[in-house]
Design a protein around this ligand. Structure first.
Ligand code: ADP
Ligand code: MG
Length: 693
């Protein structure tokens, strides 16, 4: 009986010595099982000759025909252009590198067979540098009676070599040496084929396999593997959560009077949703284990107040709270709020950002270390080594998608030094559709603030072509003359930050020329933090009427008197980001407007996206649409990168599987916990690393 394939070293295979093993290791292939899971990225069909008349652009195909002309074209790049016909159509072969002999060989009347990718050339169908043979030579083009798998490669590894290794691995595959970890009761309801069959099929699809289906990743064999892989990720997150909950954290058993005193100072009362989420938090704080809670709430739903209430409960119990935001503008806003709310209650709020230097910094550090400051607000500067807390019991992280997992890890370590884990409250204004959230955030408990404070008037969104820019400027002028304030947002996605700032500067100059009576301010990422803060403060105080900005204002800016926003080139931004931007207006009593000033002409997708913005202001609906149009990677931001690297699965393509996967993961967890470690090590060899996050 042979050992399981996951214990067989690749060096047991013919043709694999140490050097080859090293190359394979670069592809994370160490065992024979790893080779089996190294699946083709695509397939070539060399099993039949395709009539030229049936080709489509992008196809890779074998074609056969007669050469009807061959000449050297000068053009931008000199090339040899050879025309061939097969009775159903014409196709051109193009060679940028060629010899005189080659030109001679391809003379009119010769019968040839070629394999290559069909491109759209100036002459219609073209193949660049196809593999080709003259047919009367009687040679083959590597024709095969099976679809030819194309594997991911690394330096020094060729397709024939990896194919030959995968062949050997398949020869070793028996029904017994590759463990099937999914029990029948999970496989059957979801119609998942057996693992060994799925693997065998994907390395060697039968000739009748539907190439289109394979290309789309929609074959049951592919589903089978994506399913298991997604489940592995899910199980790893669930495991992470369970593990984190085994840690000890300080217990806060009552909400205390401080929260009540805080509320009694405010001119409004919390919404039902804010209260409900605060109760969720109190429940976690009382558990004796670290809270890991994500609060999702649309822009303007009042997450800050919820954070403040949680802060009050923890401070009252005698501990410290840290509030962290991804940008200085946002952190400063929290500083203002928390100082305003807590100083009258006799508490000290410390401030820790990159710009706090010298003596001021020393003194803040001392207050944090001694516990004289019960609350610390800051940017990622809070993660730094030099900051030592006295008794940090709650870390609040705003806009979590901008912080990486590593930063949360750093925070956890600060907790370790003091002997107990801080509770974590993570707040995000980027709503994520439910299914995706359940998968991506399986390591966190989630609460949703699904209600806006009363009295908000929805923002009226208008989609306007840049050909009407003049009218828009006129409108800004009128609004400002009536005492309103406005934002003008310049976007340049995929361009360097320098270019973005330049664009904002140019726009500010142009607008100032056209609106000479208005006081115009400019903020962008290249200004010094102090300059930025000064301009924001002047805008907030009403000294500036129009603020020209890059997307740096996306988060955190709260100026209730600003009721008009113009966004240039909105078609370049994701919907979630547009929604964030738009959330900067509609915060006061006045009716607000958002003008999406797009660059004409707009494609179908662009139209669909901008009309979504016009039709709804519900962040969750917008997120659903964004998921549909752009895929989950964009929505998940940094969480996606690193944490979510899939071998087979594709979140966008396989999103329909997520519900089932989740259900299956819970089932496996309850009934077959012993199968979890082998599934994790099959799919996430590094999972131990994640478990410690
Ligand atoms: P976000 O969820 O986007 O962070 P904020 O916490 O900044 O929202 O709150 C947006 C605005 O709503 C702030 O001006 C805040 O003072 C106000 N606010 C918060 N909660 C309430 C409430 N229950 N009633 C009225 N206004 C509220
Ligand atoms: Mg906020």
């Amino acid at each position: 009986m042979m050992d399981d394939l996951d214990t067989q070293d690749v060096r047991e295979l013919k043709g694999v010595g140490n050097a080859m093993a090293e190359k394979l290791a670069k592809l994370h292939i160490n065992t024979v099982q790893d080779l089996l899971f190294h699946l083709p990225i695509r397939y070539q069909d060399r099993t039949r000759v395709v009539p030229i008349g049936q080709l489509r652009f992008g196809d890779e195909a074998v074609i056969e025909g007669v050469v009807t002309g061959c000449e050297i074209k000068m053009g931008k790049r000199r090339s040899l252009l050879c025309r061939m016909k097969d009775g159903t159509g014409t196709l051109y072969l193009r060679f940028f590198h060629f010899s005189a002999a080659q030109k001679k060989q391809l003379e009119s009347g010769k019968k040839i067979r070629c394999f290559g990718e069909v491109r759209r050339g100036s002459t219609g169908f073209e193949m660049y540098h196809p593999e080709y043979k003259l047919i009367d030579e009687g040679s083959t083009l590597g024709e095969s009676d099976q679809l030819t798998p194309i594997y991911p490669l690394t330096d020094g590894l060729t397709q024939p070599k990896i194919r030959q290794l995968c062949e050997q691995a398949l020869e070793r595959l028996t029904p017994y040496n590759l463990k099937e970890w999914l029990p029948d009761e999970i496989r059957q309801p979801f119609s998942l084929p057996n693992l060994a069959d799925a693997i065998r099929f994907l390395h060697h699809p039968t000739t009748d396999a539907n190439l289109e289906q394979l290309k789309a990743g929609a074959h049951p064999a592919q589903y089978r593997l994506s399913f298991e892989e997604l489940m592995a990720h899910q199980l790893s997150l669930i495991g992470k959560k369970i593990k984190a909950k085994e840690d000890k954290a300080i217990q806060v058993t009552e909400s205390g009077t401080l929260a009540q005193r805080l509320l009694s100072q405010l001119p409004f009362s919390p919404t039902n949703a804010q209260q409900r989420v605060f109760q969720d938090i109190l429940h976690d704080l009382a558990s004796g284990h670290p809270m890991l809670r994500l609060v999702q709430g649309d822009v303007g739903s009042g997450k800050t107040l919820v954070a403040a209430l949680a802060t009050a409960a923890v401070v009252q119990a005698g501990f410290q709270v840290a509030i962290m935001a991804p940008t200085e503008i946002l952190a400063e806003q929290h500083l203002t709020n928390f100082t305003q709310w807590f100083t009258p209650l006799g508490l000290k709020v410390a401030w820790m950002a990159g710009k706090v230097k010298g003596k001021a910094r020393e003194s803040e550090l001392a207050d944090i270390a001694s516990g004289a400051a019960q609350i610390v607000v800051g940017t990622h500067a809070l993660f730094q080594e030099s900051i030592v807390f006295d008794r940090l019991a709650l870390a609040i992280i705003d806009e979590q998608h901008r912080f990486g997992v590593h930063q949360r890890m750093a925070l956890r370590e600060k907790g370790l030094k003091q002997g107990f884990q801080p509770h974590q409250l993570i707040m995000t204004a980027t709503p994520i559709p439910r299914t995706l959230a359940m998968s991506a955030y399986a390591d966190l408990d989630c609460s949703i603030i699904d209600e806006l404070p009363p009295g908000r008037t929805p923002v009226n969104t208008i989609v306007v072509s840049d050909q009407r820019r003049g009218e828009v400027i006129e409108r800004v002028k009128q609004g400002c003359q009536e005492g309103k304030q406005a934002y003008w947002v310049c976007t340049l996605i995929d361009e360097s930050e320098a270019l973005q700032c330049q664009a904002a500067e140019d726009t500010a100059i142009l607008l100032q020329e056209q609106l000479s009576n208005l006081k115009i301010g400019l903020v962008h990422g290249r200004l010094k933090a102090q300059e930025k803060a000064d301009i924001m403060a002047r805008f907030k105080a009403g000294e500036l009427q129009l603020l020209v900005a890059t997307t740096v204002i996306e988060v955190g800016v709260d100026v209730p008197n600003a009721s008009l926003m113009v966004i240039e080139n909105p078609e370049r931004l994701g919907l979630a980001q547009l929604h964030q931007l738009r959330g900067r207006v509609g915060r006061g009593q006045a009716a607000s407007h958002c003008v999406l000033l797009y660059k004409a002409p707009l494609g179908e997708q662009g139209k669909a996206r901008l009309s979504t913005m016009r039709e709804t202001s519900d962040g969750f609906k917008i997120a659903e649409k964004d998921l549909e149009l752009r895929g989950p990677g964009e929505l998940l931001g940094t969480r996606q990168t690193g944490l979510w690297e899939f071998k087979v699965a594709d979140l966008q393509r396989d999103k329909a599987l997520l519900d089932d996967v989740q259900q299956a993961a819970v089932q496996l967890h309850q009934r077959y916990p012993e199968r979890i470690p082998p599934i994790l090590s099959r799919w996430l060899p590094d999972h131990a690393r994640y478990l410690n996050v």
